[in-house]
Design a protein. Structure first.
Length: 387
C-alpha cells in the first residue's frame, strides 16, 4: 500500500482497529495524514506566521524547523519525506499480508508492480510531464522515490522472511556507506560528502538523464534510492511489531519508542563519520529519520489506538485516506491562485495594512482549509483513489 489503503469504506473515527491483525490501524492512517498535512500547505502557513510583521522572520531560516537544512543537519521538515516512506513500509505489512494470504505471492507481487507503475507515472505527471518538452522530464522525484521504495521493499516483504529483511536493510545501509566512503570520485577522491563532490551526485551527473532538480544532480537520485528502500524496510519492521498478537499494546508502544531512541542515537553517532544529509539520504540520516518516525508512530498509536482518543485526529484521517488524491491536486492545481481570487486584491491590501504579511497568511490559510475540506468531502462520500 504505497500511500493509502483502498478499502471500500472508511474506518469510523470512533472505532479502534489496532487489534485487528488484517484490518486497518487508525493511527497509521492518521500519521500518514499528519505528514501530508504539512505538504499540502501547513508549512506555508507556519512560515507566514513566522514572518507576520517581521519580513525576515522571528525564527531565522537557518534554525526554522519548517525549512530544510541547506546540506548537513536535521530539521523537523527534513523528517516529512522519510516519514512518508516509513509509513509506506508500515502499510505494506497490512495490505500485502492480506493479499498473500488470500491470493498468493504471485498475485501480491503483481499488485506491487502495478502500483509501482501507476505511482511512478503519477510522479512524472506531478513534476510537469512533458509540458516543457521531453528534456524537462524529471525521471526521479518524490513520488518516483516512493514508488521505487515500495516496489523493492514490497517484493522483499513478499518473498523474504523477517531475518532476511533485517539482513537486507543492514546490507543497504552499510553497503551505501561503503560506496560513498571508499569509491573515489574522479577529480575529488574517496570519502567526500560535500554537495557536488560526493559519489551519489557524481553518478547522477554521469548517468541520470533529462531534468535534475539541483542542476547536474538530484536529491532523489539514482544511488540514494538504495538507502531510501532501507527507510521503507524500517517501516515494515514497525508494521510487523504492531501486527503481533502476542504482545500487549503498551509493550508495542514501549518497543517502538525504544527502537526510535536507539535509531536516533546510532544515526547521530554514525553522523560523525557519515554526516546526516537528507539530499543524499545518508545511512545516518536513515537511522535518525527512522528513529523519529518510530517515535511518532508510537505516540499516534498510543493516543489513538491504545487510549482510544481519536476525534482530534479526524482531519488527519481524512487526509491520510486520500493522500494520493490531495498530493496530485496540490501539485496540479494552484490552490493559492484560487484562494487569491477570494482574498486577493483590496482584501489582501487591507489585511496587510493592518499587519504586514497578514494578507498572504489569509490566502495560505484558506488554501490549506480548502484542501482539508476536499479530503473531508471525499472521505464522507467514501471516494478513494485506488492504485
Amino acid at each position: 500500500m504505497p500511500l493509502v489503503e483502498t478499502s471500500q469504506k472508511p474506518v469510523p473515527v470512533n472505532v479502534s482497529t489496532a487489534a485487528a491483525t488484517h484490518g486497518r490501524v487508525v493511527s497509521v492512517d492518521a500519521l500518514r495524514g499528519f505528514d501530508m498535512f504539512w505538504i499540502i500547505g501547513a508549512d506555508a502557513v507556519f512560515n507566514l506566521v513566522n514572518k507576520l510583521g517581521h519580513p525576515e522572520g522571528i525564527i531565522p531560516e537557518a534554525s526554522n524547523p519548517l525549512e530544510h537544512v541547506s546540506w548537513a543537519g536535521f530539521h523537523f521538515y527534513d523528517l516529512i519525506f522519510p516519514l512518508f516512506v516509513f509509513v509506506v513500509g508500515v502499510s505494506i505489512v497490512f495490505s500485502l499480508t492480506k493479499r498473500v494470504s488470500t491470493h498468493g505471492k504471485t498475485a501480491a507481487a503483481s499488485q506491487v508492480l502495478r502500483r509501482f507503475v501507476i505511482l511512478y507515472i503519477f510522479g512524472l505527471f506531478a513534476y510537469g510531464g512533458i509540458s516543457n518538452g521531453y528534456h524537462e522530464i524529471r525521471l526521479l522525484g518524490v513520488l518516483q522515490r516512493i514508488a521505487l521504495s515500495y516496489l523493492f521493499a514490497g517484493l522483499a516483504f513478499i518473498y523474504l522472511k523477517p531475518r532476511a529483511l533485517v539482513a537486507l536493510c543492514v546490507t543497504l545501509l552499510v553497503g551505501y556507506w561503503a560506496m560513498m566512503t571508499f569509491i573515489p570520485v574522479p577529480g575529488v577522491g574517496p570519502g567526500n560528502f560535500a554537495e557536488g563532490q560526493n559519489l551519489a551526485n557524481y553518478i547522477d551527473k554521469m548517468y541520470l538523464p533529462l531534468r535534475k532538480w539541483d542542476g547536474d544532480h538530484d536529491p532523489e537520485g539514482l544511488l540514494s534510492t538504495l538507502p531510501a528502500i532501507a527507510t521503507c524496510l524500517l517501516g515494515i519492521f514497525a508494521g510487523l511489531l504492531i501486527r503481533r498478537t502476542d504482545l500487549e499494546q503498551i509493550k508495542k508502544v514501549q518497543r517502538l519508542f525504544g527502537f526510535g531512541i536507539a535509531g536516533v542515537i546510532l544515526g547521530s553517532l554514525w553522523g560523525f563519520q557519515f554526516p546526516v544529509i537528507k539530499k543524499i539520504w545518508s545511512s545516518s540520516f536513515v537511522l535518525v529519520a527512522g528513529g523519529f518516525s518510530a517515535m511518532l508512530l508510537a505516540l499516534f498509536y498510543y493516543i489513538i489506538d491504545v487510549r482510544n482518543c481519536q476525534k482530534w485526529a479526524a482531519p488527519f484521517l481524512w487526509i491520510g485516506m486520500n493522500a494520493i488524491t490531495i498530493y496530485m491536486v496540490v501539485h496540479v492545481i494552484d490552490i493559492n491562485k484560487l484562494s487569491a481570487r477570494i482574498l486577493g486584491g483590496e482584501i489582501r491590501a487591507a489585511l496587510d495594512s493592518t499587519l504586514s504579511g497578514l494578507g498572504n497568511l489569509a490566502i495560505a490559510s484558506l488554501s490549506l482549509t480548502a484542501a482539508i475540506l476536499l479530503c473531508r468531502f471525499l472521505y464522507q462520500r467514501k471516494i478513494f483513489l485506488k492504485v
